[in-house]
Design a protein around this ligand. Structure first.
Ligand code: CAO
Length: 544
């Protein structure tokens, strides 16, 4: 069992633990980050000196640690132990001489001096991720000049003196090592003073008290430390995140400036980046890379969702969404935002159909079910789908082919106390209007009782959403992907209709057909609704 301790972290003492990245029972690999430390100039992840299993944590978030402070107990793997013993740190001899602050090439007040990268421990060829000053800037001593980042540490390099930036010698993306020139500083008021060297024994200190640990590199000795009061180059402008979180964000293309940090002092945690990506995906393809076959990205970022404290304006109450709303919300949102919807509206003259339906009601009531308009709608839709098969289809995953289905499973939106559900009436083309009415009655009861099985909701080829029993005229139903169209049915009303000779009172049924414009052209949609209207207006066509 090895006790892993904080290795040589240069001049840093009493540095805050801002994240503990492992927990007891975790199997860790060699070099895996264990904790993140942060001072005002550097963020460092302390890597594991060996592979093994975490037995016990010896630190928690908020603790202050220095070199030698225990981090955790590690049950190191055998091979790690063997690899361990001899090697002292590679740069050990180099660390013996006194470490100096960023070097000044020339001395004397007022003279121009070249500021170079100071001793940054083991790090070589470290990427410049931000240049925090520009030529002409008047800077204070200890003001941060550039930010360097490796996969384990982010470091800001402070200015060794006050002065005016004459010339930059590096740019973002450059790779630098100790001694690389950063900039030329003019009118420097004082020469940089040598910084105290790390104690000789400090540079030899193993990262753990076990031999295994000695083999691993210590965490970087970060840039010379500024006093706590030192001004930051751009106060508050830089998002606070550890190197691994920055790397994670970079891999996902996330701009950390847009991420809200939930860690101490607003620090952005791994989970914050995950939550940001999740919400960006839920917001749709404009906010995150689109899935293949999706609508593609927008050329701009959507603004963040407003975070309003409503209680400031009046009394409020917070209630959770219903379970079905929580489940279906993201799908509705995805469908709405990723399918280019167009809604084609029309009115069907159902005067004769309604008379026929009413004439049958006595008979069907005797048989124990209600003959609703919806049963006729299903029948009429199947007839129209057969005439226009592209409405009974889906786009394949590539988005390049249409899969036309030769079965007719019609989804029917049902309003239940728990939320909206869409059970599917299977093989509607093989069923008569009475059968459909019977089945509709049964399935909407099962839905309202919350007893639908997952299979009752699957396999739909086209959907109908009827608000006719409630009211309203037209609306825009959301396509139930991967279907490509949905018919909205509103409340019928008696309207004066011109017959060619006179206005006659006719019962008109408002229809709203939403269709996926990637698959269906506007002209085809208008033909579909015109055909549907003609079928509903002349019930003889239903049996054709
Ligand atoms: N025009 C005029 N009256 C209509 C009508 C229409 N288009 N459709 C139904 N009605 C009448 C019925 O005749 C019935 O009248 P009576 O009580 O006098 O017989 C009454 O409205 C209620 O009908 P219903 O709702 O019981 O039956 P239905 O077959 O029309 O609908 C169902 C069944 C399950 C679709 C329906 O109950 C329902 O849940 N609708 C809501 C669907 C929904 O929420 N869609 C929105 C999706 S988008 O959020």
């Amino acid at each position: 069992m090895n006790q892993v301790v904080v290795p040589d972290i240069g001049d840093f003492k009493e540095v805050e633990v801002i994240e503990v990245l492992v927990k007891p029972g975790d199997a860790v690999t060699k070099e895996q980050s264990l904790i993140t430390l942060e001072s005002d100039k550097a963020t460092m992840e302390i890597p594991s000196p060996a592979a093994g299993v975490v037995k016990e944590l010896r630190v928690k978030t908020g603790d202050k640690v220095s070199q030698g402070s225990p981090i955790l107990l590690l049950d190191a793997k055998e091979e790690a132990k063997q690899a361990a013993a001899p090697a002292p740190r590679k740069d050990e001899p180099k660390k013996e001489p006194k470490r100096e602050a960023p070097a000044a090439a020339s001395a004397g007040p007022g003279a121009a001096q070249t500021v170079a990268v100071p001793d940054i421990g083991d790090f070589k060829e470290v990427e410049v991720i931000e240049v925090l000053v520009k030529p002409g800037d008047r800077i204070a001593k200890e003001q941060s000049l550039v930010t360097l980042e490796s996969d384990k540490a982010t470091m800001e390099i402070p200015s060794p003196a006050a002065g005016v930036v004459k010339e930059l010698k590096i740019k973002t993306g450059d790779k630098v090592s100790q001694g690389s020139a950063i900039l030329v500083l003019e009118g420097a008021e004082q020469r940089a003073e040598p910084r105290p060297a790390p104690k000789a024994e400090a540079s030899k200190a193993p990262a753990t008290s076990s031999p295994a640990a000695a083999a691993t590199r210590a965490a970087p000795a970060p840039a010379p430390q500024a006093p706590a009061s030192a001004p930051r180059a751009e106060p508050g402008a830089k998002p606070h995140a550890s190197p691994s979180v920055r790397k994670f964000a970079r891999e996902l293309g996330v701009d950390l400036a847009q991420v809200r940090g939930s860690g101490p002092k607003g620090r952005i945690l791994h989970s914050d980046v995950q939550a940001f990506v999740k919400s960006a995906l839920a917001r749709g393809p404009g906010a995150a890379p689109a899935a293949k076959g999706g609508a593609g990205g927008l050329p701009f970022d959507l603004p963040a969702w407003p975070d309003v404290d409503f209680a400031k304006f009046g009394p409020v109450e917070t209630k959770p969404l219903a379970r079905i709303q929580k489940l279906s919300g993201p799908y509705l949102h995805r469908n709405w935002i990723s399918i280019p919807h167009v809604t084609q509206c029309d009115d069907a003259d159902i005067t004769d159909l309604e008379a026929f339906r009413k004439a049958q009601t006595a008979e069907t009531e005797k048989r124990g079910f209600k003959l609703t308009m919806l049963a006729f709608m299903i029948k009429a839709c199947v007839t129209a789908l057969k005439q226009y098969p592209q409405f009974n289809a889906s786009l394949d995953k590539s988005g390049e082919n249409i899969i036309v289905k030769h079965y007719y499973h019609i989804g029917v939106a049902v309003d239940t106390p728990g939320g909206l559900v869409v059970p599917v009436v299977r093989d509607a083309d093989h069923k008569g209007v009475f059968d459909l009415a019977h089945e509709l009655g049964d399935i909407s009861k099962v839905a309202r009782d919350g007893k639908l099985k997952p299979s009752d909701l699957q396999g739909g080829t086209f959907s109908i959403s009827s608000l006719g029993g409630i009211g309203g005229t037209y609306f825009t139903p959301i396509i139930n992907a991967p279907e490509v169209a949905i018919l909205g049915v509103s409340r019928s009303a008696l309207k004066p209709v011109w017959t060619g000779k006179e206005f006659a009172p006719r019962l008109m049924l408002p229809l709203s057909l939403s269709y996926d414009h990637r698959v269906i052209d506007g002209a085809t949609a208008a033909r579909f609704t015109t055909f549907l209207v003609s079928v509903l207006s002349d019930i003889r066509k239903l049996i054709l």
